[in-house]
Ligand binder design. Structure first.
Ligand SMILES: Cc1cc2nc3c(=O)[nH]c(=O)nc-3n(C[C@H](O)[C@H](O)[C@H](O)COP(=O)(O)OP(=O)(O)OC[C@H]3O[C@@H](n4cnc5c(N)ncnc54)[C@H](O)[C@@H]3O)c2cc1C
Length: 558
């Protein structure tokens, strides 16, 4: 695999960012015979035999693949009244940097959205009609596309990445044109957690995952073997889409090249400006550009380039930066006494969609859905912090005794909660702080609101009731959020919005085919185009959108 660091050759399409989104579009365009240049701000990494995450507790390894905040970071403020301050260390979310993007950091949870997730206006119509003051400023819009528009993209991603799952397991799922390439067979053996969730009236199913324990050859003929050290391997762009793109001979990757501006003439893009590894600014002329540089960079590049009107929450005008949302990650824990109950009496790997996209059907309930998963230990790596049962001693002999009792006999159950867009949660350019090149940083204005607090309380209460008879010594359900969005605690890297898609140029940045309304021949892909941020992990949907965009671009070039 070769990566260029010289001036890239002419191409039909330039792509900014080489994570899952950029590499899928590049590989698909190359397959159709188009020449592509990818600009990636970070370096090239070699693929490891088992993907990334199995460097247990190796924070240094992970950090070397994360955006270098000394060059570019984000500023955060909790509300419109306060000044924002720069994040000096990324903790609350991680942004990938380098070939493979955050795709070499991800945990491989690869859920499709349920069809109802694309129609939040109708799903939450009763709560919206109740006009609860805590919902003032909620900004919901239906997606301009449906589950059916993405179905073939979901399937192509599952085949390429080799996703394992139970095709018939989730009763709330949409139709499938193909089963998962690796099927989980339902076992008749008793499984404590699954059976308890069923007894509580829920519908657990095996969580779909791109981390597999059997060899798999994808439709591109690329084989992934389980790694010897840990017995599994996770799909990343480096072991799937990037080799497919590069071996075509039609894709050139310009590493360490950070795109600074998108250029346009009379509403049509005609090139971009980037800084290369030597720090020199260069122009690159090209007729079509795809932004695939994740939610925050997609939005910032538009703002820096003066494309589209920046969103202004006070006047409620403009579109770029609007509808910022992320996820709530509320971790509950089951503890058991190892001496009494043995190794691992509770099975992990189950997921529940009963509350996705609606945690409460009461008209005065919170708005939003929750996906509940018992992820395999280590899935969140160092980002999932071990904590003792509530009320445990905090020091001394008793503390040590409790630690010894529970340190290796606990199971985390995560509730991934939808955060709905609100009028005053958004992104714009910071008026004070700048990056290493002197360009304004992206400013995020965000904090938890009453709706998220009610969502977590509702989800935690339901989980607690469901797990009451599971047989654990202690069940600590997460029912509260800290006073503010705590930037020292990992909360998922699932930011969305900023360049949302829609049918109306007055409220959206890109059309349903992801082409920018105000700069033609500029397409944007990634979670930045999501109008809302449904509860499940986003990457399968990002990938499905990328396959759909590649088809659109192929037709546009012909
Ligand atoms: C620790 C972790 C665990 C996760 N686990 C899951 C999971 O289990 N399931 C799930 O669905 N999702 C998960 N995610 C989220 C998932 O990784 C992202 O949704 C996905 O990688 C996004 O793909 P992308 O291609 O849109 O962006 P990215 O992968 O972020 O790629 C964007 C690329 O653009 C480059 N770039 C940015 N700005 C510029 C610029 N100006 N010029 C040139 N290049 C630029 C970046 O360097 C980067 O390589 C996880 C994320 C993290 C960090």
């Amino acid at each position: 695999l070769t990566f260029t660091q010289s001036v890239p050759p002419p191409a039909d399409v330039a792509i900014v960012g080489f994570g899952w989104a950029g590499s899928i579009v590049a590989a698909e365009l190359a397959r159709h015979g188009h020449d592509v240049v990818v600009f990636e701000r970070g370096p090239a990494f070699a693929s490891t035999s088992c993907g990334h995450i199995h460097e247990p507790g190796n924070e240094r390894w992970t950090r070397s693949r994360v955006q270098r905040v000394e060059r570019e970071t984000y500023t955060l403020r909790y509300d419109l009244k306060n000044d924002a301050l720069p994040l000096r260390r990324l903790e609350v979310f991680l942004a990938g940097e380098g070939v493979g993007g955050a795709g070499i950091l991800w945990g491989g949870l690869a859920a499709r959205y349920n069809p109802a997730a694309f129609k939040p206006l109708s799903v939450y119509s009763e709560q919206l009609a109740a006009h609860d003051p805590s919902l003032e400023g909620v900004r919901l819009s239906d997606w301009p596309i449906s589950y059916d528009d993405l179905e073939s993209g979901y399937t192509r991603f599952e085949l390429t990445a080799g996703v394992a799952g139970d095709s018939a397991g989730n009763p709330f799922a949409g139709r499938r044109s193909a089963d998962y390439p690796i099927e989980y067979l339902e076992s008749n053996e008793p499984e404590v957690l699954r059976d308890a969730l069923r007894t509580a009236g829920l519908h657990p199913y095996r969580l779909p995952s791109a981390e597999i324990t059997v060899p798999y050859t994808n439709p591109d003929g690329i084989t992934r073997e389980p790694c010897d050290a840990i017995g599994s391997t996770i799909a990343t762009p480096l072991n799937t889409t990037i080799p497919a793109a590069l071996r075509s001979g039609r894709v050139t990757v310009a590493c360490d090249c950070s795109v600074r501006r998108i250029c346009q003439d009379k509403g049509v893009v005609n090139g971009l400006v980037y800084t290369g590894p030597d720090g020199v600014y260069r122009e690159y002329a090209v007729a079509r550009i795809v932004l695939a540089c994740w939610t925050l960079s997609n939005t910032r590049l538009l703002l820096l380039s003066g494309i589209g009107q920046p969103y202004n929450p006070a006047r409620d005008t403009g579109v770029v930066g609007r509808n910022y949302a992320n996820h709530i990650l509320a971790e509950s824990t089951l503890y058991w006494d190892r001496k009494r109950r043995g190794g691992a009496p509770f099975d992990s790997g189950w997921q529940v969609s009963d509350f996705d996209p609606l945690i409460s059907s009461a008209s005065d309930g919170p708005i939003g859905g929750v996906q509940i998963s018992s992820t395999p230990p280590g899935n969140l790596g160092f980002r999932s912090r071990f904590s003792l049962p509530h009320g445990s001693p905090r020091w001394g002999y008793d503390f040590k005794k409790t630690l010894a009792k529970y340190a290796s006999s606990y199971l985390k159950i995560t509730a991934l909660g939808e955060v709905v867009p609100m009028r005053d949660r958004y992104m714009d350019l910071d008026p004070i702080y700048k990056d290493a090149w002197g360009d304004p940083l992206l400013r995020i204005t965000f904090d938890w609101r009453e709706n998220e607090r009610r969502l977590v309380a509702e989800a935690g209460g339901r989980l607690e009731r469901a797990l009451m008879n599971v047989g654990a010594d202690v069940v600590n359900a997460a029912t509260t959020l800290p006073r503010h969005w705590d930037t020292t605690q990992y909360q998922s890297s699932h930011a969305s919005g900023g360049t949302m898609m829609g049918d109306d140029p007055g409220t959206s940045v890109v059309d349903p085919d992801l082409q920018c309304w105000t700069a033609r021949n500029l397409w944007i892909v990634g979670a930045s185009v999501f109008p809302t941020n449904p509860a499940p992990n986003p990457t399968a949907t990002v990938a499905a959108l990328s396959y759909r965009l590649a088809d659109t671009l192929h037709r546009a070039i012909l």
